[in-house]
Design a protein around this ligand. Structure first.
Ligand code: GDP
Ligand code: K
Ligand code: MG
Length: 272
């Protein structure tokens, strides 16, 4: 029997499978996700057989546009993993953290496994992991799946947060006017969704995500109230709701990256 389910999530080529193979060794099961030709890889942690790891397909976003996004989203929303180890390519922080902001909204604790730190080191760059963790609101562990470094620390940290489950997972906060709208949608949803998933559904409904609309079976009044909230916010921002959220995510990320990029003479906390 498996006590803890950990999901490995991240962009394509961020190093998920390399991480998965190192952590699980030959304790792997490979198949397909039901109904789609997307590969499913599940394995037991080599150092602790009570921990199951899911190697989710690589994705850039959790908008259900591709079969990979649908599989990852369904598993994270309905498969009940205890924690997510988000494998992030440290050489491509802006694009990778875009997914991280979405993972953090799902009500599941997230640990960032900051991968490719060997390349960052080779490039003579430094990232302040402590400031990255602080500004993102998640634990961060530096690693190199290629050199097999930091992997055990990353999975240990993920198991640690999994064991604290259920916790109130932290998520990025955006412009106050957007936050007002999202909180109003949370209020309209009330008991319609699990409390821990209310942020996720508020964001998705704000984006007019049809998958979320179909999943929730909202009343006519709820739909009308939510549409009013969205329209008012679009007028305030003079933009459509999906663009508002994309912009806010990138503004959040640019603040994070600005904070954690280390100046030349401030070399501390680098990966070693
Ligand atoms: P996935 O698509 O997220 O499953 O990524 P993979 O594990 O398949 O890795 C994609 C490529 O990046 C492969 O060629 C790996 O060998 C390479 N790679 C993965 N992790 C690292 C790392 O930490 N450092 C370096 N230099 N290469 C890595
Ligand atoms: K790959
Ligand atoms: Mg892979």
């Amino acid at each position: 029997m498996s006590d803890y389910q950990i999901a490995l999530a991240g962009n394509p080529n961020s190093g998920k499978t390399s991480t998965f193979n190192s952590l699980t060794g030959s304790n792997q099961y490979v198949g397909n996700w039901p109904g789609v030709t997307v590969e499913r890889k599940e394995g037991r942690l080599k150092t602790d057989a009570t921990v199951t790891i899911q190697d989710l397909p690589g994705i850039y976003s959790l908008s259900p546009y591709t079969p990979e996004e649908v599989v990852a989203r369904d598993y994270l929303l309905h498969g009940q993993p205890h924690a997510i180890l988000n494998v992030v390519d440290a050489t491509n922080l802006e694009r990778n953290l875009y997914l991280t902001t979405q993972l953090m909204e799902m009500g599941i604790p997230v640990v960032i496994g900051l991968n490719m730190m060997d390349i960052v080191a080779k490039q003579g760059k430094k990232i302040n992991l402590e400031k990255l963790a602080y500004s993102m609101g998640t634990p961060v562990v530096g690693m190199s799946a290629l050199k097999k470094r930091g992997l055990q620390e990353a999975i240990n940290e993920t198991i640690h947060v999994a064991k604290q489950f259920p916790v109130e997972a932290d998520y990025p906060t955006y412009d106050a006017r957007l936050e007002t709208a999202l909180n109003e949608i949370v209020d309209v949803l009330g008991q319609t969704v699990l409390e821990k998933q209310s942020r996720w559904y508020a964001v998705k409904l704000f984006e007019r995500d049809t998958q979320a609309q179909q999943e929730l079976n909202l009343s006519v009044i709820q739909k009308k109230e939510i549409e009013e909230i969205i329209c008012i916010t679009e007028k305030i921002f003079k933009d459509d709701s999906e663009t508002i959220l994309i912009n806010e995510r990138y503004e959040f990320i640019s603040r994070v990256i600005h904070l954690c990029a280390i100046e030349k003479d401030e070399i501390r906390l680098s990966f070693s």
